[in-house]
Structure formats: structure tokens, C-alpha cells
Design a protein around this ligand. Structure first.
Ligand code: PGA
Length: 249
């Protein structure tokens, strides 16, 4: 299976998100070979779900709170997202970690909550430019993986890992895409780590300035199972080109 996931961040208002979802719903691709999912803002989750109805395109939350319900102003839980039809959630996206100050402990709690409601978790990990300059890439990734997954029953979680070097993310990072050969080296290392922790066959996606021009160079790599796309997923034309390029491979 190949994966094309679109992280719409806070780019689109409600009307724009529903309109983009309606366009994405018209795309023809073999859903048994390519899994497409979009991650709209919570405000538009239900309406995007309705717009995608029967298209084979999944949708998920960008972020979930761990307590199912209660007095948590501003929060939306994994349970509520699941009840609204979400099948996936991002957990630990770099903007959550670095803009909103989420810790590895927060990430772990969100992962457990998502897992217990039956959502597929897209666990995002990635080193900062500073980590890279200090030679701490593997240290950072290992820490993020272990804090999120140590002791988690591999049979009880539907897991996807997204490697998104913080420095390679458009807008919030430098927007310098990671060279494909470098992405391959890191992703192959991540896969080996996951197997050592008992997680076999976990898809590993690459994210960070993926666009219609470079997507094939990432998707041709043996350790890249899919892409998590931010900026280039918020307009129909570029998202369509990415989906069609991946589906044609
Ligand atoms: P980008 O974002 O494609 O705009 O770099 C990717 C992400 O943050 O998931």
C-alpha cells in the first residue's frame, strides 16, 4: 500500500476545506493500492467527511486530546473525533511539539487515547536543525519513538510513522526538502528501530516540502511507503498531481 496524506493545518476556512474535499472526492485511483487521507481542521471534520462520502478518501484529526470528555475548554478528544467519523489522527506533529510546546509525555498520552478509540495513529517524529548540527538526529528520533511506543502492544495499535525533519517543513521549518538519499537512510534506520521494539510492517511516510515535482523521487525509495504533505495539499491542482503521480507508480 502507498500513502498520500494531506495535512491541511490551519490553512483553509470551513468553506474552502469542504470545497477542496469535494474536489478530492472526484479523483479516480485504485484505493486498494493507494490510501489517501486528509486532515482538516476540527471545525470542518464532519463536513469534510460528508463531502468525501463513498469516495474512498479517509479523513482524520490533526491532533486529539487524551481525556474522552469533560471540562477541557478548547479541546477535542480522540473519542469525539472518532465519533465524527475520523479514522486517523496525527500525533506529535512538529508544529504541536515546537509551536505549542507538546512534550513526549503529551504525545504518548494522545497516542494511547487515539489507539484505545480505534483511530490509526500517524506518529510524527523529526529532528530540528539544531539536533542535526549537533549530530543528534538518531538520538532525537530514538527518544521520540521510544517515549511514544515503549510498552505499547504492537498488536493493539494501528500505527503509521511519519518522518518529518523539522528543518524540511515548509513555513514552520526552513522549507529545505531533505535529499531523497538522506531520507532513505533515515527511514531505513527508523524501520529497523521499529522492528527492534516489536513493531513490524509499520508504514513509514516522509514529510517536509513534498510537492508534485519531487514526490516521485521520494516514493521511489524502498523505505518510503508514502508522503505526508502540508502546503502542497491545500490546493486541489497540486494535491491532485501528487495523488495521481503516486497512484501511477
Ligand atoms: P509541508 O508540511 O509539506 O508544508 O512541508 C508537511 C507537514 O508539516 O506535515
Amino acid at each position: 500500500m502507498k500513502y498520500v496524506f494531506g495535512n491541511w493545518k490551519m490553512y483553509l476556512d470551513h468553506k474552502e476545506a469542504v470545497s477542496l474535499a469535494s474536489e478530492v472526492a472526484t479523483l479516480q485511483f485504485d484505493a486498494s493500492k493507494t490510501k489517501v487521507a486528509v486532515f482538516p481542521s476540527m471545525l470542518s471534520l464532519t463536513a469534510v467527511g460528508e463531502a468525501l462520502h463513498e469516495s474512498g478518501v479517509a479523513y482524520g484529526a490533526q491532533h486529539v486530546a487524551w481525556t474522552p470528555r469533560g471540562a477541557y475548554t478548547g479541546a477535542v478528544s480522540a473519542e469525539l473525533a472518532h465519533n465524527a467519523g475520523a479514522t486517523h489522527t496525527l500525533v506529535g506533529h512538529s508544529e504541536r511539539r515546537h509551536v505549542f510546546g507538546e512534550t513526549n509525555d503529551d504525545v504518548r498520552k494522545r497516542l494511547e487515547a487515539a489507539c484505545s478509540t480505534g483511530l490509526t495513529v500517524v506518529l510524527c517524529i523529526g529532528e530540528t536543525r539544531e539536533d542535526l548540527d549537533e549530530g543528534k538526529r538518531e538520538y532525537r528520533l530514538k527518544k521520540q519513538l521510544l517515549k511514544a511506543l515503549d510498552g505499547v502492544d504492537a498488536d493493539a495499535i494501528s500505527l503509521i510513522v511519519a518522518y518529518e525533519p523539522v528543518w524540511a517543513i515548509g513555513n514552520s521549518g526552513d522549507g529545505t526538502p531533505c535529499a531523497p538519499a538522506e531520507a532513505e537512510e533515515v527511514q531505513s534506520w527508523i524501520k529497523t528501530e521499529l522492528v527492534q521494539y516489536g513493531f513490524t510492517d509499520v508504514p513509514v511516510l516522509y514529510g517536509g516540502s513534498v510537492n508534485a515535482q519531487n514526490v516521485v523521487s521520494y516514493m521511489s525509495l524502498p523505505s518510503v511507503d508514502g508522503v505526508l504533505v502540508g502546503g502542497a495539499s491545500k490546493q486541489f491542482e497540486s494535491f491532485r498531481e501528487i495523488i495521481e503521480a503516486v497512484a501511477a507508480m
